[in-house]
Design a protein around this ligand. Structure first.
Ligand SMILES: NC(=O)C1=CN([C@@H]2O[C@H](COP(=O)(O)OP(=O)(O)OC[C@H]3O[C@@H](n4cnc5c(N)ncnc54)[C@H](O)[C@@H]3O)[C@@H](O)[C@H]2O)C=CC1
Ligand SMILES: O=C(O)[C@@H]1CCC=N1
Length: 272
């Protein structure tokens, strides 16, 4: 892929995840800059990945070919305001923020950007990310290819044709690692109650989760329901566990939670 100079505005959890994945995939560290007001955020990134860091957003953004907006949605407006003097005509802007539309970002930066909205997730840190991408109409084919390859360097990527699809990606992927962590936390807690020490309980849960996910990936032709049925012996233990989940409407709970994530993204679009 092209190795353009890239500046992350905001050096938090998500920027760090992408930077780590990029550097591990061979993207040159000296082409990457990350900004944050606090030294405590910048220093570990410079130390761990050998990238440049800067406290000055304007300077760092000015010298980059690609600017990744990676601050919290609440801060986006004030951060963008200070970048308005930049000539964006030859730059690609990537926003990873949830709940901030392309038209709002154009407004905040006071220009019609070459903008790709990307919704990544934190497993990018280990090259296992899942990202959804949406490109504004003006984005060139070359920039689209670059954005896609950038996210493929840290995991899998898919495009959405409508901007609203980004909110669907949030529900199914951006926020999703937290759902699985919550589920695993609950399992670990109960395994501890059943007598395992915390480490063994974690091992039991993490290896089962990993094995299940790998099995899904290794069997793309097999429906998820079939994989579930292969574990569920008639009259056996799994059947009782699954019956209990169903009795408490696990599918409805999951659907409600995913819709709540979408609703919050829509609400944020009005707030910020
Ligand atoms: N954490 C996640 O799993 C995901 C987050 N996102 C999006 O990524 C964005 C960042 O989220 P996180 O990394 O989780 O937040 P975070 O709070 O970990 O990181 C935000 C960073 O911005 C920095 N910052 C604060 N003020 C700044 C300023 N004026 N200039 C430059 N940097 C500044 C902070 O030092 C902090 O390191 C959000 O817009 C969020 O919607 C998207 C997908 C997944
Ligand atoms: O919770 C959030 O708002 C961000 C977006 C997806 C994951 N974290």
């Amino acid at each position: 892929m092209e190795q353009r100079s890239i500046t992350f505005i905001g050096a938090g959890n998500m920027a760090r995840s992408i930077i780590a994945g990029l550097v591990a995939s061979g993207y040159p560290a000296n082409k990457i800059t990350a900004t944050a007001p606090s030294e405590a955020r910048r220093e570990p990134l410079a130390r761990d990945y050998g990238i440049h860091t800067d406290a000055d957003n304007l300077r760092a953004a000015q010298q980059a070919d690609v600017i990744v907006l990676a601050v919290k949605p609440q801060l986006m407006e004030s951060v963008c305001h200070a970048l308005q003097d930049i000539d964006f005509s030859n730059k690609l802007v990537i926003s990873i923020a949830a709940g901030i539309s392309a038209s709002r970002l154009n407004e905040m930066l006071n220009t019609e950007l070459n903008l790709v909205r990307v919704m990544p997730n934190t497993p990018s840190l280990i090259g296992k990310g899942m990202s959804g991408l949406f490109a504004s109409q003006s984005v060139s084919e070359n920039d689209k290819v670059y954005a896609e390859q950038l996210m493929q360097a840290v995991g899998e990527a898919c495009w959405v044709q409508q901007e609203s699809g980004i909110n669907g990606v949030i529900a199914a992927a951006g926020s999703a690692p937290a759902y699985f962590f919550l589920f695993m936390e609950a399992m670990q807690k109960e395994a501890i109650k059943q007598g395992f020490d915390a480490d063994t309980a974690r091992l039991l849960v993490q290896q089962s989760a990993l094995g299940a996910a790998e099995l899904v990936k290794a069997n793309p032709e097999t429906e998820l329901s079939t994989l579930r049925e292969q574990v569920t012996s008639k009259g056996g233990t799994t059947a009782e566990a699954i019956r209990t989940f169903n009795e408490h409407q696990l599918s409805d709970i999951v659907a409600k939670a995913m819709r709540a994530a979408v609703s919050r993204a829509e609400e944020m679009e009005k707030l910020f």
